[in-house]
Ligand binder design. Structure first.
Ligand code: AMP
Ligand code: MG
Length: 348
């Protein structure tokens, strides 16, 4: 299939490009589009064969449900059978934005979308291209991240191009995504609201609004309630080690690991904070990628997937990543870093 990549204005999207995207979606085809979190791979959520194409294009396991994107409340009402008071509060405070709500589904939502679950995950994105595209299509849009399954989520049109070229008819490219991490997934179907995946909206922000908020499976021992969380996501091709500890110790340890890697003829990439970078560049890693300042974790979040992908592109065999402090956005960043590193975490 020929893939067209159209550059679209991220603030005032061109009407004719939105129409073209909507026409593909209405015809049951896939369109990749930017959201404020990461790029989505969209299909008509009410059309099973269109949604099935998402799983094929990504190589996504069938048991991993899709988040449905809406542009207004009536569209969400069509999909949700019960709105709890917590869900209502979240909608008022955080929609449109990077918060996905898991609620009881109506019969309109097919099992292909929810992978057989009784609940559906819904989000209203704030990116003008995403919102206007859904509006123009007039349909709820099922959209997971527009990467090949298991690869880091795409935070730019170039990332999508690399993963989806030849598999879908259209990519709407509006450049880099603002948040750069996927949405927070919050189960508000009943009982104590529970975070199924940390993301752009923090636990602290949610607790301020809702009171007690639980986190699903923090130790990673039981089966997670968001089926996708059991997969090793966000993984670069090289071996990755996540380094934890005081900055001084991490720097020292990274220096050793770089030397050891070089002795084994490995190409070693480093992902680190702005603060640590000056102490690491003279250890001569093959790639030094500055994620951002420790004092501006939004910066780290928005650069993380770009860093992981760059390590792959430059053929790094070993990737050393500096951890950040948990709490707020730090929790979501650490969740992605831990998944990318698999079980390889070093405390020093
Ligand atoms: P992605 O869109 O690629 O970021 O992945 C979507 C995430 O949402 C996956 O981890 C899914 O398992 C999760 N998800 C989607 N729908 C549901 C649902 N109905 N219940 C729980 N988790 C869901
Ligand atoms: Mg994904």
């Amino acid at each position: 299939m020929q893939t067209k990549r159209s550059y679209i204005d991220g603030v005032h999207p061109e009407a004719e490009l939105l129409k073209e995207g909507a026409a593909w979606l209405q015809a049951g085809e896939l369109v990749a589009f930017p959201t404020e979190t990461v790029y989505g791979l969209g299909a008509n959520a009410l059309n099973d064969s269109a949604c099935t194409k998402i799983f094929q294009a990504k190589g996504r396991p069938q048991d991993n449900p899709l988040i449905v994107h809406v542009c207004n409340r009536p569209m969400a009402n069509m999909l949700v059978s019960k709105w709890t008071p917590e869900a209502e509060l979240c909608v008022q405070h955080f929609w449109p934005g990077p918060l996905t709500l898991v609620m009881s589904k109506t019969a309109e939502v097919s099992e292909v979308v929810t992978a057989g679950l009784a609940n559906v995950a819904i989000r209203m994105p704030s990116h003008p291209v995403a919102l206007r595209l859904i509006e123009e299509t007039g349909l709820p849009i099922a959209a997971p991240s527009a990467n090949l399954s298991g690869r880091p989520s795409p935070t730019s049109g170039s990332h999508v191009w690399r993963d989806m070229k030849g598999k879908i008819p259209l990519i709407l490219d509006a450049g880099a995504c603002l948040v750069g991490l996927e949405s927070t997934i919050l189960d508000v179907s009943g009982g104590v609201p529970t975070i199924l995946r940390p993301g752009g909206i923090s636990r602290e922000q949610l607790e301020e609004l809702l009171g007690e908020v639980r986190v699903d499976n923090p130790s990673g021992i039981q089966a997670p309630k968001a089926p996708g969380m059991k997969y090793r996501h966000y993984a670069p091709q090289g071996e990755m080690i996540l380094m934890m500890g005081t900055p001084e110790r991490i720097i020292l340890r990274m220096g050793h690991e770089i030397q050891k890697g070089h002795a084994r003829l490995k190409k070693v990439g480093v992902l680190c904070s702005l603060e640590s970078a000056p102490f690491l560049h003279n250890r001569f890693p093959d790639l030094l990628f500055v994620l951002g300042s420790k004092d501006r974790l939004e910066e780290v979040a928005s650069n993380l997937f770009e860093g992981l992908r760059l390590c792959d592109e430059r053929g790094m065999d070993l990737i050393l990543a500096e951890g950040v402090e948990e709490g707020g956005l730090g929790t979501a960043i650490m969740n992605r870093l831990q998944k990318a590193a698999g079980k390889r975490i070093r405390y020093s």
